[in-house]
Design a protein around this ligand. Structure first.
Ligand code: 6R9
Length: 568
């Protein structure tokens, strides 16, 4: 039976104390996510249960029980302490989806340090701005990523330790680099868990904005109260479930629901560190008898593209509950799920800043394909007037998605950027930066973003960050970056570029620029198309009007151009 019952009844009777009670939280007492996700599960007598099943390239496979999770995260915590890492120091996790990432995350939290996960495909510049902003003390990484760190280390005086988890002795270690093998280090049976409290910082996740550098979203240990209950009620995890979250812990879905949620409930989860292919994914579900699957629209669209015949090659009968997050989930994708798996995908809407699901579909509530569902019990959501920030009670009106502050996993600030954090609140509401409408039945429908941030395959890309990186290319004079439509990723990055004198547009130059951005930032931020232009549309004050270029790419009305520079 589903953990979640009738939506209206849950809303009526709701209090976060439901979650606090189940997690035995007591105000003023120590509360630590790392402990809750490992030691507590063992104390419940579930130490022998499999916590993590991992598969990597070349048929590599590893398994960890909850006892292993407890001991190995102790090992990581102990090692970090021996290096001098203290509570609230930032420790970056810069790894592919390997066990050290999942277990290291818990180890960092156990000693009260702040976990800063970063997507391992980030290039040196993306890495630099985030490590510099956070004044990170240590980075845990793999051999293959060390060259990127070596490139920027001279500019990062705070970064004292580069901890390499798979050092094989073939290359020499340089200054500040040390080798650490999590699996073979001596077991640490008991570790003094740092007495973090509800409001102690836990995780620092970087997210993209329209202007300026990426923002470090600061979360606290109390976030577990939201993450646990949403995992239980929305993902409906039960003791015997085998769960698969396809997200990378470099992004918030991969930590909130790829580490914290499932481990705090003591279920078995699977991780696949192999690139995408429909066959590989279905095989993975079949092999591990996966029951609950949390994925993203881009992946689902790719599976749809691969066709229904591939699905039939595999026994996917273990699946019982499917969910999705990251971008709008098309109605067709929901219906396709029903057709080929006999199960619809349950869309969930939330953000790095919200820390946990906000508007979602529940196992027991009828789905309207294309709708994000309804606010989680205890969450007060409203469609706000774009100018007055007043809630609009009439269904059908489009406005800003606003949430009443105060849910447990709400971000506590943007790191070193309190002003930008404050600007997210208007008229007593937290503004998500997205637009939506509701219908007469109280279901929410996503309309679009309210800013220029590009959502490519569920990953947010800052146009500003790409523009800044483009300017560092010797041929580029000016640039403007917008999204353009794409069948699978919904949006991809498109760059408009003016060249410095002496440079000519060419296919080679376009490829060179693409590669330049891929290496510096990441494959996600790489422009899929670069258009060389003579000039960019600008306001009279000299600001590039991305809106005009965006409209052009999407075939939309351009709208008000009265502030345009060359338009008197
Ligand atoms: C969890 C996560 C947040 C932004 C958000 C919105 C978009 C997320 C969505 C969705 C439509 C959904 N988004 N879920 N749009 N329907 N179900 O993705 O966090 O990386 O911070 O992105 O993603 O635009 O504001 P994050």
């Amino acid at each position: 039976m589903a953990h979640f019952g009738n939506y209206e009844e849950h809303c009526r009777d709701f209090s976060w104390s439901i979650s606090e009670r189940e997690l035995e939280y007591q105000e003023g007492r120590p509360f630590n996510i790392g402990w809750h996700c490992s030691d507590r599960i063992c104390l419940q007598g579930k130490g022998n249960r499999t916590a993590l099943i991992w598969e990597g390239l070349g048929d590599k496979r590893k398994e960890y029980t909850y006892t292993d999770l407890r001991i190995r995260s102790n090992v990581v915590g102990h090692h970090l302490r021996s290096l001098g890492i203290r509570a609230e120091d930032r420790v970056c996790l810069f790894m592919d989806k390997i066990p050290e990432l999942y277990i290291g995350f818990l180890g960092v939290l156990k000693i009260g340090a702040i976990a800063q996960p970063l997507f391992s495909a980030f290039g040196d510049e993306s890495l630099f701005v985030r490590l510099d902003n956070a004044q990170t003390s240590a980075i845990i990484t793999q051999r293959k990523h060390v060259p990127k760190i070596r490139k920027i280390i001279d500019r990062l005086p705070s970064l004292k330790h580069i901890i390499i988890v798979d050092h094989d002795g073939r290359k020499e270690l340089k200054e500040r680099e040390t080798a650490f093998d999590m699996d073979s280090a001596p077991a640490v049976e008991s570790l003094d868990i740092h007495p973090t409290h509800a409001e102690s910082p836990s995780v620092l996740h970087y997210t993209s904005g329209t202007t300026g550098q990426p923002k470090g979203v600061k979360h606290v240990h109390y976030s577990l109260i939201s993450q646990y209950l949403t995992t239980k009620w929305v993902l409906d995890l039960h003791d015997d479930d085998i769960y698969w979250c396809t997200a990378d812990p470099g992004w918030v879905t991969g930590t909130s629901y790829g580490i914290i949620g499932p481990f705090s409930m003591g279920v078995t989860q699977c991780v696949m560190d192999i690139g995408f292919s429909a066959d590989a994914w279905y095989q993975f579900i079949e092999r591990h008898r996966i029951t609950v699957w949390y994925s993203a629209p881009t992946a689902i669209r790719s599976l749809m593209k691969a066709g229904d015949a591939v699905v039939k090659k595999y026994d996917l009968s273990s699946l019982r509950h499917l969910a999705s997050v990251g971008e709008p989930l098309n109605a067709e994708a929901v219906i396709w799920g029903q057709k080929v798996f006999g199960l619809p995908f349950h869309d969930t809407f939330w953000q790095t800043e919200t820390g946990s699901m906000m508007i979602t579909n529940y196992p027991t509530m009828p789905i309207k394909p294309g709708s994000m569902g309804k606010p989680f019990p205890g969450i007060t959501a409203a469609v706000l007037n774009i100018n007055t920030f007043e809630p609009m009670s009439e269904p059908g009106q489009i406005g800003l998605i606003g949430f009443k502050p105060g849910w447990p996993s709400m971000m506590r600030t943007y790191w070193n950027n309190e002003a930008t954090y404050r600007a997210k609140f208007k008229n007593g509401w937290y503004l998500s930066g997205d637009r939506a409408r509701t219908d007469a039945d109280g279901y929410w429908w996503f309309v679009g973003r309210d800013d220029d941030v590009i959502n490519t395959g569920g990953h947010l890309v800052s146009p500003f960050e790409v523009e800044s990186a483009l300017l560092e290319h010797p041929a580029v004079a000016e640039s403007a970056v917008v999204s353009k439509p794409d069948e699978v990723n919904m949006e991809v990055v498109k760059a408009f570029v003016t060249l410095k004198s002496g440079y000519q547009p060419s296919k080679d130059l376009e490829l060179e620029i693409m590669n330049f951005i891929r290496k510096k930032l990441s494959p996600l931020a790489m422009p899929q198309e670069t258009e060389f232009v003579d000039g960019l549309p600008k306001t009279r004050s000299g600001k590039i009007m991305r809106r005009i270029l965006h409209a052009q790419e999407w075939g939309e009305e351009i709208g008000d151009t009265s502030t345009l520079e060359n338009d008197d």
